[in-house]
Design a protein around this ligand. Structure first.
Ligand code: 13P
Length: 335
């Protein structure tokens, strides 16, 4: 596997000390659900105003190394007429782009999904690079239920992730490889650890076969938790230990950074989990940081309410949570 100097550098810069990623790449339909749940109208302009509120929050560049955009946002201008992407670049934040086109039912695997978007991907990556994106994201999902995920679902998604990652590197973009074992379900922590381990192993086998440079990528996994409907919820320390064990067993040390998704965890708990993982002893050869969507945004969106006069307060809320997650990425969060 060749190393790729430019890509290595970008990957390491995104997760430089105390920095993580803001995942602001919700599709129009997903962000519309989140806005309308708070009685905020979702129009192309309100979505732009919302993203601009986040991206222009004062003093966040010490905490946020990269922001993941989606197709609408990467083409939008700020209220002052500069592209939103340029606003980020001007603040020293690296812009990225979601490139999977969503999950679809996997034929022959009832109840399971495969992430799609490989057709025409090379040309799309070329265009996004031209627009200024320097990394990309592809999310696959796995469901834990009786007999699920199947080996077929794990293999199909791992293979697609590897094809995506190889194409990204060919086009000069750092791939974020996101295999998400969903928290929905009644499963115990042990089942999540087992499935997460099998998924990660399959993903790295495929990345190896696809000759993806591990130094030039980031992994975005779930933390190992009990399912949301499990009667016995694990403690913060149990989550941290199981998560680090899964990474130690299945993620090669050449990967520069592991940036967790929040997956529906409450914002404070997501901070506490990340901090506990970083506070554990033992070898941790990768940066362990965050690439949170909901856990970074929910509190700020609640304050914003779509109102211009709420922007400074919403930005303070976002700054506060990003600061907590930054401290957690260093293992120095203290509540
Ligand atoms: P959450 O942190 O809300 O899970 O979002 C992260 C993400 O990018 C999901 O693809």
């Amino acid at each position: 596997m060749p190393t790729m100097p430019g890509l290595d550098q970008t990957a390491r810069a995104i997760v430089a000390d105390g920095k993580g990623i803001l995942a602001a790449d919700e599709t129009v339909s997903t962000i519309t659900k989140r806005l309308t749940a708070r009685a905020i109208e979702s129009t192309s302009d309100s979505r732009r105003a919302y993203r601009e509120m986040l991206f222009s929050a004062p003093d966040i560049a010490a905490f946020i190394g990269g922001v993941i955009l989606q197709d609408e946002t990467i083409r939008q201008d700020s209220s002052t007429g500069i592209p939103l992407l340029e606003l980020l670049v001007g603040r020293g934040i690296i812009p990225g782009i979601k490139v999977d086109t969503g999950v679809h039912p996997l034929a022959g695997a009832p109840g399971e999904f495969v992430a799609e978007g490989l057709d025409g991907l090379r040309a799309r990556l070329e265009e996004y690079h031209e627009l200024g994106a320097r990394f990309a994201k592809w999310r696959a999902v796995f469901i834990i239920r009786d007999g699920l995920p199947t080996a077929k679902c794990i293999h199909a998604n791992a293979h697609a992730l590897a094809r995506y990652a190889a194409l990204c590197q060919e086009q000069g973009l750092v791939p974020i490889v996101e295999p998400e074992v969903l928290m929905e379900g009644a499963h115990a922590l042990e089942q999540c650890e087992d499935v997460t381990g099998r998924v990660l192993q399959a993903v790295f086998n495929e990345l190896f076969d696809a000759r993806v440079s591990l130094e030039g990528m980031l992994l975005k996994p779930n933390m190992v938790t009990a399912g949301l409907r499990c009667a016995r919820q694990a403690s913060v320390d149990e989550v941290a230990e199981a998560t680090l064990r899964a990474l130690t067993r299945h993620v090669p040390p050449a990967v520069p950074g592991v940036v967790f998704l929040s997956g529906g965890q409450d914002a404070v708990l997501a901070t506490e989990h990340l901090n506990a993982i970083n506070a554990l002893g033992g070898p941790k050869p990768w940066k362990l940081s965050f690439s949170y969507g909901r856990a970074l945004q929910d509190e700020a969106m609640e304050v914003w309410q779509g109102r211009r006069e709420h922007v400074p307060a919403a930005q303070r809320m976002f700054h506060h949570r990003a600061g907590c997650d930054s401290a957690a990425a260093l293992g120095s969060y203290s509540g």
